[in-house]
Design a protein around this ligand. Structure first.
Ligand code: PAF
Length: 283
């Protein structure tokens, strides 16, 4: 596996692959790799001749600079893992390489980017679109792999791909969970063992809520999930929205759509760490 840090070298390396008609898979990451990333990389390796994994902690998607400062950075360990997973190229550029000038482009895909994470983290999805569009232009992949844990992110990126006419396939990959049910995330490393245990109540409540939907209204289920999670010491729900899985617009009745997903963000622990998860009710 090659570790590349400049766009020029990346493009030179990929030019040959493009010329020879090789298929290219891209796995964008911010590093601090875990089993969730492993599943994306392994899938890309299975489905493509060349797999590029980008490791770039993108500053433009962090509206909260303390969140950026405490994000785990583990480049050497990440490269060792990528070698094991079978990646062809690890692309780990500097911030100056990616943004020699401030990126002033504005992306707007409401409601996908304006609700939930978009409402609570203003500018977040604009930053995601900035970096992901740059990576798509640099790598020109046939397929790009994203974890479904960031359910809303995939919906926003799909809108951007349609808008800008990128010719590639977005491949959503299932959430990988710890044994306790907690969705794997780079942020989990910031939790103590006890907090990890506490955080597992999030998915447990989401799973139980699928049983309640038979008898209860959508709004009751929504409120019950929030109440159950808030009752756990150390957890505090920021929002729980039940939305159409395609448009991400709120739904108010179980019969309103054939694709219904509940998306949650919860603060966990004393720091506190912001965790996101989701559950599919229909579709
Ligand atoms: O999901 C992430 O890790 C990031 O948002 C992404 C897609 C790598 C862009 O920085």
């Amino acid at each position: 596996m090659k570790v590349i840090s400049t766009i020029a070298e990346l493009k030179a390396d990929l030019a040959l692959a493009h010329e020879n008609g090789k298929t290219i898979g891209l796995v964008p990451t911010m590093g601090a790799l875990h089993e969730g990333h492993a599943s994306l990389v392994r899938r890309s390796v299975e489905e493509n001749d060349v797999t590029v994994v980008s490791i770039f902690l993108n500053p433009t998607q962090f509206n909260d600079k303390t969140d950026l400062a405490k994000y785990p950075r583990t480049l050497e360990a990440d490269c060792r893992l990528l070698e094991q997973y079978g990646a062809t190229i690890a692309f780990a550029p500097s911030v100056e390489e990616i943004y020699p000038e401030p990126d002033t482009r504005q992306f707007s895909y409401p409601p996908t980017d304006s609700v939930m994470e978009g409402a609570f983290r203003p500018g977040h999805f604009n930053g995601v679109c900035q970096i992901v569009s740059k990576l798509f232009m640099m790598v020109e992949p046939d397929r790009a792999y994203f974890g479904e844990k960031d359910f809303q992110q995939i919906a926003v990126i799909r809108r951007m791909v349609d808008d800008l006419g990128f010719c590639l396939q977005i491949v959503p990959c299932p959430v990988v969970r710890e044994e306790s049910g907690l969705a794997m995330s780079s942020r989990n490393t910031l939790l103590t063992d006890a907090e990890r245990q506490t955080a597992s109540h999030i998915y447990q409540a989401l799973r139980r809520s699928r049983e309640w939907m038979e008898q209860e209204s959508l709004e009751n289920v929504r409120q019950r999930v929030v109440a159950e999670i808030n009752a756990v010491d150390g957890l505090e729900v920021q929002y729980y929205s039940i939305v159409d899985g395609r448009t991400l617009a709120d739904v108010s009745d179980w019969n309103e759509s054939d694709d219904i997903v509940g998306c949650i963000t919860v603060y966990c622990g004393s720091q506190p760490i912001r965790l996101i998860d989701h559950i599919r009710y229909k579709g």
